[in-house]
Ligand binder design. Structure first.
Ligand code: HEM
Length: 409
């Protein structure tokens, strides 16, 4: 008997209802990907969290004993990161700890405060750009994704990493292409990937000669312990991993606030309220629907079900974050949820998002500054008309039309 297919749905309401049905039918079940590949799917909060923290569920497919489970070294077509060598997201155990420790301290909550002025500057430059786009559109709708939400995170990570300002537009263009749905082994993808690698290598050489306050310069200062391969794969992982998710969170925040005057008033009121609302928005709509594949290196028992050794496992953050067993009225955006467990939008356990402190700061500053500048900003379409990409991991918007001076505030 063939397994039910896991589908990826473009509109948000249908997608949410679909994951709710899966979660309520069983926490752990076998399904197949659209290409027929069988996987185990975990959907309920407690089980997803436990799996995230279970190191027997590895991220490196090479640990599996049967070669047919190894996806030929690749996981899904859009999985560009598997081709960039050994980095945090495809290593386990000591190798993972070593790679993570290279940048862990610099990206901690305490350390990212030093990038606050940079984030403020970039957000305000992009708001000026958005304003100009609005004027050029004669007051008609502008695309918030391309004119603001996509721009801020890529500009921030480029500065944090130490890319030369002149290289940032090219790096951003390559990232856009690499995140498209083309197969990773297509000639175009391979070409773009090599161009990004060359750009990062050129940046590394530049920072050797002209060090700054950035992450690459900081890693080069420890050059005895950090080889170029580690430097390259770490920089590419940070550059590719951070911006799309942060952009989605900014856009989802803007879309939600545009229909919720109560939340908008809180955002305009204070940065602390905005930060709390951002956490709830991340729970409500995690930009990564799933964490990256896990591979069972042993039989894993969850309730009555056994996920067998060598199985491929998908953990659904989107389903877990809306689990009514963990959150009352999970489909509502309610920033005050006293006693509720921490959401899983940034994962949990050893692979939890290393960029979370930077992302939180960026989203908070971007969303608040957006509504301080344009308090009457409104979606120009019904939220149900927003079309989300059908990528396996991150659910992204190509377009989000807004009126900067919409309905009365
Ligand atoms: C709202 C924004 C973001 C979200 C929702 C997000 C989400 C996640 C999640 C769920 C994971 C865990 C993956 C797994 O367990 O397989 C993760 C890991 C990671 N994230 Fe983020 N992320 C965000 C922003 C960022 C930023 C800004 C950066 C870069 C500065 C970044 C870099 C990484 C890296 C390198 C990892 C791998 C960590 C490891 O495996 O130890 N992320 N992220």
């Amino acid at each position: 008997m063939s397994l039910p297919a896991l589908v990826f749905l473009p509109d948000d309401d249908t997608n949410t209802a679909y994951y709710a049905r899966l979660r309520e039918s069983a926490s752990v079940q076998q399904v197949q990907l659209p290409n027929g590949f069988p996987i185990w799917l975990v959907t309920r909060y407690d089980d997803v969290r436990a799996c995230l923290r279970d190191e027997r569920l590895a991220v490196d497919p090479r640990l599996l004993s049967s070669p047919e489970h190894k996806f030929g070294g690749r996981r899904v077509p859009e999985d560009i990161l598997t081709s960039t060598g050994r980095h945090m997201l495809n290593t386990d155990g000591d190798e993972h700890r070593r790679l993570r420790s290279l940048v862990n301290a610099e990206l901690s909550s305490g350390a990212v405060g030093r990038w606050r002025a940079t984030v403020d500057r970039i957000v305000h430059e992009q708001l000026d750009h958005l304003d100009r786009q609005g004027a050029a559109a004669g007051g008609g709708p502008v695309n918030l994704m391309t004119a603001f939400a996509n721009q801020v995170p890529v500009a921030v990570i480029s500065t944090v990493l130490g890319l030369r300002p002149a290289d940032t537009p090219m790096a951003a263009a390559l990232l856009r292409e690499l995140l498209s749905s083309k197969p990773t082994d297509s000639p175009e993808m391979i070409g773009w990937y090599h161009e990004l690698v060359d750009l990062v290598l050129a940046t590394i050489e530049h920072r050797r000669r002209d060090p700054g306050e950035d992450l690459i310069s900081m890693l080069l200062a420890r050059s005895e312990s950090v080889g170029v391969r580690d430097l390259l794969s770490t920089v590419v992982a940070l550059f590719v991993g951070g911006p799309p998710t942060t952009a989605t969170a900014i856009a989802h925040g803007a879309a939600t606030l545009s229909t919720r005057p109560d939340l908008r008033a809180d955002v305009l009121g204070s940065e602390a309220s905005t930060a709390r609302i951002v956490e709830e928005l991340l729970r409500h709509h995690p930009p990564f629907q799933f964490v990256s594949w896990r591979f069972a290196t042993a039989d894993i028992h969850i309730g009555d079900v056994v996920i067998p050794k060598d199985a491929t496992v998908l953990l659904s953050l989107a389903a877990a974050n809306r689990d009514p067993r963990a959150y009352d009225d999970p489909d509502e955006v309610r920033p005050h949820r006293d006693g509720a467990p921490t959401h899983l939008a940034f994962g949990s356990g050893v692979h939890r998002c290393i960029g979370a402190p930077l992302a939180r700061m960026e989203i908070t500053v971007a969303v608040r500054s957006l509504f301080l500048r344009f308090p009457r900003l409104r979606l120009a379409v019904d939220p149900r008309e927003l079309c989300w990409s059908d990528m396996v991991f991150d659910r992204r918007l190509e377009s989000m039309p807004v009126n900067l001076d919409g309905a009365p505030a």
